[in-house]
Design a protein around this ligand. Sequence first.
Ligand code: GAR
Length: 195
Amino acid sequence: HKKVAILISGGGSNMVSLAKSMVGDHPGRPCLVLSNLPTAGGLQKAADMGIPTAVVDHRSFKGDREVFEEELISVIDAYAPDAIALAGFMRILTPKFITHYAGRMLNIHPSLLPKYKGLHTHQRAIEAGDAEGGCSVHEVTAELDDGPILGQARVPILPGDTPDDLAARVLVQEHRLYPAVLRRFLEGETEPLIL
Ligand code: GAR
């Protein structure tokens, strides 16, 4: 099987959907769940699924991004992953880190890229009066929330939606999209998947 390391910062619901999908004839298996925050709720969920976990707390590197990333790389590479899935990992990564995992790293972003890179995607989509929101899985390249789009799923934006309403509607689709895209990626399929 191909080994997949999953990087999280929070509740890890996307991590759970990815990990649960990697069973049976799936080409991948989770080898590591790593968080930059010791309080991330996803760590316990990963441990409960029997997946090795690790914490590299960025705060203990006192702003030295380079040393933080060197530690990340050394922890991740001990598991020799074939692919890295960013799943709500909320640290910006430098080109050096990204280059190290070139062609092996995916991210899920809660907007219909190229719209709304960065933060507060749902609020920005609502304020712009968009009729649709959604999520994108893309290969990670040096530019933030850029790189070839591997899949997208769309949802309607309804009158009166709050950012939380829209986030919840999009998250349901994230949990469908990311496992499907990861599977295709591990099988070498790069045509975008549109759900
Ligand atoms: C997800 O909605 C993901 O798309 C988003 O964070 C959430 C993580 O939830 N990612 C980003 O905003 C990346 N900049 P989860 O921890 O339950 O998977």
